[in-house]
Write a protein that binds this ligand. Structure first.
Ligand SMILES: *Cc1c(COP(=O)(O)O)cnc(C)c1O
Length: 370
């Protein structure tokens, strides 16, 4: 699904030198590489504060911890998502309240938000799925109307831009109150291990989150709050500093690959191709199509040497761990429908025309002859 070896070979010398330099200075934790990466990422998002941490799930948990919510407070979250945001909510004794997703974008259906708001609703976690922003202007107006915090889970859409109706654009992850991201190796900006970060414009939250990620201490050995230990290490930061320089290039390659897929898969009646929302650019963390006869297609592709993945096979509200919330099948029809029909095709920073043509021809052949 991703070609991390291919990508490494093009930046090997630079990466190895940077890693070597971290080792020779023995500054493994909170070193200069971490500081400069945080500054670079804040600059990329045009915000003042970036706090790096151990992974994208911790970034979500730290963001929620900073909001000082009370047990039982409700947090809205899409039913069709990677599980991390739901887990962070539940671990903090908050209550996940699911929202169905939109048939075209597969992001949170903003028309369904209002009906889910109660007087316990305190925050909303928006997930910018697959590389494209959710409809944030609607989220922003509902949040301001009802006094809700907005956390953006931007693990999949780093560098994506939201286009406001006034013509200005703003980076995904910097639209709401707090944005989080992940540097899991297969993400658009991936480390060679785990990593994550939180972005915010708000100095107070930035300070709280930094303390929370460091055992709740602002001064050494004085713990004002109950924190956790969540750090990005210097070797990962060094790798990310190198890769950040190429992110725009990597994104462009993904976007070119997506355009090729669009062109070569169009007209196949059994497929729904990725929708391009007018209010967001798409960085194609995934190229995800909706298909009929998914299992058969996937098996056929495997037979032809083509990998594909299902992100995600089960909706959050039907996961066994969350059965205590008492949701049932049929509660979120679009999320359930997508879990049965989505299929993600290979797309990455090394995608090339030849591979994509082969994949598209194979899919076409399946539907013509199958
Ligand atoms: C990858 C991912 C995360 C979690 O990131 P980790 O670094 O693996 O903890 C959270 N949310 C979404 C949407 C993701 O894709």
């Amino acid at each position: 699904m991703v070609d991390l070896k291919g990508q490494f070979s093009s930046i090997e010398k630079e990466v190895m030198e940077r890693i070597q330099s971290v080792i020779s200075t023995a500054s493994f934790i909170q070193g200069q590489e971490v500081k400069s990466f945080e500054t670079a990422l804040a600059d990329l998002g045009h915000v003042d504060f970036c706090i790096s941490c151990a992974n994208g799930t911790d970034a979500l948990q730290l963001s929620l911890m900073a909001l000082d919510l009370k047990p039982g407070d409700e947090v809205l979250v899409p039913a069709f998502t990677y599980i991390a945001p739901v887990e962070a909510i539940a671990l903090l004794q908050l209550k996940p309240v699911f929202i169905d997703v939109d048939a075209e974008t597969f992001n949170m259906d903003t028309d369904k938000i209002e009906a889910a708001i109660t007087d316990r609703t305190k925050a909303i976690i928006v997930v910018h799925l697959y590389g494209q922003c959710a409809h944030m202007e609607k989220v922003l107006s509902l949040a301001s109307l009802h006094g809700l915090y907005i956390i953006e889970d931007n693990a999949q859409s780093i560098e994506s831009e939201y286009l406001l109706s006034n013509g200005l654009s703003i980076k995904a992850g910097t639209i709401g109150d707090i944005g989080t991201t992940s540097f899991f190796p297969s993400k658009n900006l991936g480390a060679y291990g785990d990593g994550g970060a939180v972005l915010t414009k708000d100095e107070k939250w930035a300070k709280t989150i930094r303390a929370m990620a460091n055992h709740g201490q602002e001064e050494k050995y004085i713990h004002h709050t109950i924190g956790i230990n969540s750090r990005l290490d210097s070797i990962q930061a060094a790798i990310l500093n190198v890769k950040l320089k190429y992110l725009t290039l990597y994104t462009a390659t993904r976007q070119r690959a997506a355009a090729l897929y669009d062109e070569q898969l169009k007209g196949i009646a059994e497929l729904q191709l990725p929708f391009r929302a007018p209010y967001s650019t798409h960085v194609f963390h995934q190229y995800t199509i909706k298909v009929t006869r998914r299992n058969e297609l996937q098996q056929y592709l495997i037979g032809k040497g083509i990998a594909s993945m299902i992100y995600y096979p089960f909706p959050a509200h039907l996961q066994p761990a969350y059965s205590y919330l008492n949701y049932k099948k049929g509660d979120f029809p679009m999320a359930e429908n997508l879990c049965d029909q989505v299929l993600s095709l290979p797309i990455h920073s090394e995608s090339n025309e030849e591979d994509i043509s082969y994949i598209c021809q194979t899919i076409r052949a399946f539907y013509q002859h199958g």
